[in-house]
Write a protein that binds this ligand. Structure first.
Ligand code: ATP
Ligand code: MG
Length: 584
């Protein structure tokens, strides 16, 4: 392909919207352009990368025995009402009306559509198992679209759905999809880990795993144990509660200038002191000496969660413990409407509502808490004595240094981008939507489902992130838009043009994809653009053309520690490409 004929609008500066290294380079190399927040156009080079990722995904899905379909993006609201997700999905679901005022949703995922299809078409065990997949556009009105293609509002996903007669059959498909996902990520050249995950709004009754590409911009926290290999999303990570105790001796307590009250509890005046951090500096204590009392509305009822001051509440775990459909942090107005309490001074003593107490709070010997009175806290509060430990659960997130449940070694945190997610759904959707088949014995059963998503556009962004350098993205061969960038220093030079055309032909004959910079530009501009575009091999043809001498640069060379570009004959350069460029 001739660069002079291509639409590759490279930029000297990154637009202000660019908020991650990979995203900046995708914009600067003219691969993508933003149309609106979280909505992007793929320009020729970007489209080519995307197609390469799609090809890898498609090949692995086909190899795993899945069948490709294309399901509608526009879906009747009634389908979503059947599954109960029309309300549950909330504002992330894009909704619209047709000319007859009928409501529709733009598919963020396709469980409803595919389950309806199975309900209509699959009535016997003889038709099971099977897995359908598609590669297509999804819509999610994300609260915070960011990092370009990483979190879009319109994006490309591969989603697959499996239908099985029983759980054993589902297990086998899940395993095959797991392998396919590993192969996809390896072929894309991504450094990744597979973690135990939470099912979110997709739900389901079985296990679920996420595939995380490692990157600092990743919005997910991955918790791993280097010792035994345990790996989970922070949302899901299990850990041994730290059996730490907070000891506050009487001498210390007396120094605090409070009035003694009750069996050991002390009242401390804390005017205007509301947050844990403020309380720490006011009292000269640490967050782990305090209890945080958080009020939530769970299906309309006010409930409290108690965690240690240095810990974070895991709302997912809390919601599960409560068995609540709907859980939101109560704001000041809600609290005022339901009680006489004030945020900043909340505490478990005499709170007068259901409390779920984190295990590490229950293990505290003494603690500092709010007194449920403005400008007042309590110290030397003894969990189990000064307030009842009615419901003790593990409701906090793991913290770095917590011990692994499997082997007791300390857990380590890293950042990751969720690129894939596989779920054992069980019969959640088949039950809700009345899909059923007759088994071998003529009994009516619900098909056992699985679903498997991989973000195709997010994969492209994750690769860009992992392969971003100071000068551009160094695309892995498997997804690079072309294999070789041929750069004549002066296209008008007769020798250079002749040699470049010969090399182009040879490379094409060997099946390589070649980009030729035939523009009448200064060499500096050409080199800069070549770095921006980031193809695996650059061949510069300049003054040595008459003697068939060229310079070859490749990030694969850089890896082996050699100079940026090395001189060789045109023949050697072609041989180098033949030896090193293999599309996996
Ligand atoms: P996240 O937690 O990042 O929002 P999710 O849990 O909502 O992801 P799934 O519903 O499991 O994601 O979707 C399957 C895959 O689709 C994800 O693993 C991810 O690769 C991709 N994906 C999800 N949301 C987006 C988005 N807004 N932009 C790009 N890709 C996305
Ligand atoms: Mg999401």
């Amino acid at each position: 392909m001739r660069l002079s004929e291509m639409f590759v609008p490279t930029l000297r500066e990154a637009p202000a919207e660019a908020d991650a290294a990979g995203h900046r380079w995708l914009l600067r190399s003219g691969m993508i352009r933003q149309l609106a927040a979280g909505i992007y156009s793929y320009l020729p080079l970007g489209r080519s990368v995307l197609l390469n990722v799609e090809r890898i995904v498609r090949e692995e899905m086909d190899r795993a025995g899945c069948q490709e379909v294309l399901l509608p993006i526009m879906q009747p609201a009634e389908l979503w009402e059947e599954s109960g997700r029309y309300t549950q999905y909330g504002p992330e679901l894009m909704r619209l009306k047709d000319r007859h005022a009928r409501e529709f949703a733009l598919g963020p995922t396709h469980e409803e559509v595919v389950t309806a299809l199975a309900r209509d078409e699959v009535n016997s065990y003889r038709k099971l198992p099977f897995t359908l997949y598609q590669i297509g556009t999804k819509f999610r009105d994300e609260r915070r679209p960011r990092f370009g293609l990483l979190r879009g509002r319109e994006f490309i996903m591969k989603d697959a759905y499996s239908f099985a007669a029983d759980w054993d059959e589902l297990d086998r498909t899940y395993q095959a999809m797991n392998t396919a996902y590993c192969l996809i990520l390896e072929r894309c050249g991504l450094e990744y880990i597979r973690v135990e995950a939470d099912a979110g709004t997709i739900g389901g009754q079985g296990e679920t795993h996420e595939f995380m590409a490692l990157a600092d911009v990743g919005e997910d926290t991955i918790v791993t144990c280097k010792h035994c290999g345990y790996a989970a999303n922070l949302e899901k990570a299990a850990f041994l509660p730290a059996d730490s105790t907070v000891l506050m001796d009487a001498k210390e307590a007396n120094e605090a200038n409070e009035t003694n009250e009750g069996a050991g509890m002390l009242r401390i005046e804390t005017p205007g002191v509301r947050t844990i951090a403020e309380l720490c500096s006011f009292l000269g204590k640490k967050p782990e000496d305090m209890i945080k009392t958080l009020l939530y509305l769970a299906d309309g009822q006010l409930v409290a969660a108690l965690v240690r001051g240095d810990h974070e509440l895991n709302e997912i775990a809390f919601k599960q413990v409560l068995g609540a459909e709907d859980l939101i942090l109560a704001d000041d107005a809600t609290i005022a409407a339901h009680s006489s309490l004030t945020v900043g001074y909340l505490g478990p003593v005499g709170l007068g509502m259901r409390m779920v107490i984190d295990a590490d709070v229950a293990a505290m010997k003494h603690a500092i808490t709010g007194a449920n009175e403005v400008d007042m806290h309590l110290s030397s509060v003894r969990p189990g004595v000064d307030f009842a430990l009615d419901q003790v659960e593990c409701i906090r997130f793991a913290a770095e240094g917590d011990r692994c449940v499997s082997c007791g070694e300390p857990l380590v945190f890293t950042k990751g981008i969720e690129v894939g997610h596989i779920f054992k759904l069980g019969t959640k959707y088949s039950d809700a939507m009345g899909a059923a088949f007759l088994d071998r014995n003529g009994r009516q059963c619900a098909p056992v489902m699985g679903c498997y998503g991989i973000g195709v556009s997010r994969l492209m962004a994750a690769i860009a992130e992992q392969y971003a350098t100071e000068d551009g993205i160094q695309w892995p061969v498997s997804v690079a838009p072309y294999d070789v960038h041929l750069i004549p220093v002066s296209w008008k030079d007769e020798h250079q043009q002749k040699l470049v055309l010969e090399m182009e032909q040879q490379l094409l004959d060997h099946g390589f994809r070649v980009l030729l910079d035939d523009r009448d530009e200064r060499p500096g501009v050409k080199f800069k653009d070549a770095e921006l575009i980031g193809l695996p091999v650059h061949i510069v043809v300049g003054r040595g053309a008459a003697e068939a001498q060229v310079e070859l640069g490749s990030h694969m060379l850089a890896v082996s520690g050699e100079a940026k570009r090395i001189s060789m004959t045109a023949q050697e350069a072609v041989s180098y490409v033949r030896e090193h460029i293999r599309r996996v």
